[in-house]
Design a protein around this ligand. Structure first.
Ligand code: BGC
Length: 492
């Protein structure tokens, strides 16, 4: 059997700046981000919050981008998704640069106006060698015929905005609180305006922020996840989510000013929580976790609807919210849960998460139908086009990647062809192995494997399947059954 994808479908691979840039030349080393500080902190390493692997031992995309982009092209893809590092572009604080901050009646920051004067001042502060390097990188991708999907912020914050180790020890005392502090929203607005001006020429689709939901949950709810600042404080997490929704909003407006009608959007990781028993409390927990993983923040940034007491109802309608031209979905796994009196997630939710059934190296549960379910869920709820901005598997031995990719693409084809969801593209995470945040180099997601000593890349066998689909727009599969019914509008 064959599944067909639309003619103009976007096929790509995805990487991010912090995870890939360092590793070859000295100029590529950059210490001015919160993630750099976090992964180097002896105390954080000793507490096993991070692996001890260091980002500067990485794959060296900063220097090797031409050959890596050629690899992406050889795979038959027509697009590449990458990010730029805010802290590299602005290694010094931009706080003293004036901008017109607009607030709505509720007091939220909903506009950060950077006029010509502001741009002049930002230009003086920016590191132009870095700007030129990124411009060359993006222009090179275009010269290969690759569409460029550019993310303004993929997790790492400039050190002048966030000291994750100090926040980990004592949030109150730290003067650099990252997304907890509203000033990060304002600075993001300035950065986005600048980036929109200087990079848009070579960009086809902008993404403001990668996975605000993950930043908030991993950093401020699941304290031992290894994400900075490693706290368990749901109330702080909501402050962070609110600020991230507002940051997307000002970023969206400021990039749009320089990007015209082309799409600017957000990417999130809607988690698929499934209750494993018939206990209504399990169902409720799964429903709440699912809602929190995506709808809380999307309701805020699409419609300005804030649910301040977490009862899944809107309490406040904020003005001045522009929305998003598309929703980017990063889909990896399903999470099986059940109600448990003895387990509590950050003191807020009595829910036990069960081990995987069909496991990746990360212990994530492979569930291809989930990509169809979340695509339906996101489109039915928000009615904007969908891009799958990430989907992939940690599989060092490359035993499951081909099957994983085939089954997910097949479910995706059903979402498009059977359910009619306007899914415009699919990006495999990742082009090559890279620095997997708190887990360092042990988790290998690449279609190309990397030898971290020699920096040699080698195409994995499983890449052949993806290549064939990208080149033909068709997927061969064995049976003629559908991948399964869409479980529900929402996956719980
Ligand atoms: C992130 C990537 C990460 C991937 C696999 C996503 O949440 O955007 O940076 O490498 O998941 O963990």
């Amino acid at each position: 059997m064959k599944a067909k994808f639309p003619e103009d479908f976007v096929w790509g691979t995805a990487i991010s700046a912090f995870q890939t840039e360092m590793g070859v030349s000295k100029e590529a080393d950059f210490a001015g981000t919160d993630w750099y500080q976090w992964t180097h902190s002896p105390e954080i390493i000793e507490n096993h919050l991070v692996s001890g692997d260091l980002p500067e031992k990485g794959v060296g995309f900063w220097d090797l981008y031409e050959e890596d982009m050629k690899r992406a092209k050889e795979l038959g893809t027509n697009a590449i998704r990458l990010s730029i590092e805010w802290g590299r572009i602005f290694p010094e604080s931009t706080e003293a640069i004036e901008a017109k901050v607009g607030r709505n009646r509720g007091g939220d920051v909903v506009a950060v106006g950077v006029g010509e004067e502001g741009f002049g001042a930002l230009s003086k502060t920016a590191n132009w060698d870095v700007v030129e390097h990124y411009r060359k990188m993006l222009a090179y991708a275009k010269s290969l015929g690759l569409k460029v999907f550019l993310t303004a912020n993929h997790f790492a914050l400039p050190s002048w905005l966030h000291d994750p180790v100090a926040c980990h020890k004592d949030m109150e005392k730290s003067s650099r609180k990252g997304w907890v502090d509203e000033k990060t929203v304002i600075e993001f607005g300035k950065y986005a305006d600048f980036a929109g001006r200087v990079f848009s020429e070579s960009v086809d689709v902008w993404e403001t922020i990668n996975e605000p939901d993950v930043i908030a949950t991993q950093g401020y709810v699941l304290g031992s996840s290894g994400f900075p600042p490693g706290l368990e404080d749901p109330l702080l997490a909501f402050r962070v989510e609110r600020n991230l929704a507002l940051a997307h909003n000002v970023g969206y407006t400021n990039i749009k000013k320089h990007f015209g009608a082309k799409p600017v959007g957000i990417g999130i990781a809607p988690n698929v929580f499934f209750p494993v028993d018939d206990d209504p409390r399990s169902r409720k927990a799964a429903e709440f976790a699912t809602y929190m993983s995506a709808e809380w923040i999307l309701n805020a940034l699409m419609y300005g609807c804030f649910d301040n007491d977490f009862d899944m109802m809107t309490d406040e309608r904020a003005e001045g919210i522009s929305g998003s031209d598309y929703i980017g979905i990063d889909y990896y796994q399903r999470i099986r849960v059940r109600y448990s009196e003895n387990v509590s997630v950050a003191g807020a939710l009595n829910m036990e998460m069960l081990p995987c059934v069909d496991c990746t190296d990360f212990g994530w549960d492979i569930y291809p139908e989930g990509i169809r379910a979340v695509s339906n869920w996101m489109f039915n709820r928000y009615r904007v086009p969908i891009y799958i901005l990430e989907n992939g598997i940690a599989d060092a031995k490359d035993e499951k990647r081909a099957r994983f990719t085939r089954d997910h693409l097949r479910a995706l084809a059903d979402a498009i062809n059977v359910d009619g969801v306007p899914i415009r593209g699919y990006f495999h995470w990742s082009l090559m192995d890279n620095f997997e945040w708190a887990n360092g180099y042990s988790m290998r997601f690449g279609l190309y494997s990397v030898d971290y000593e020699t920096k040699r890349r080698e195409k994995r066998k499983s890449a052949e399947l993806f290549e064939k689909v990208c080149k033909t727009g068709e997927l061969d599969y064995e049976s003629d059954e559908e991948t399964g019914k869409v479980p529900a509008e929402k996956p719980h």
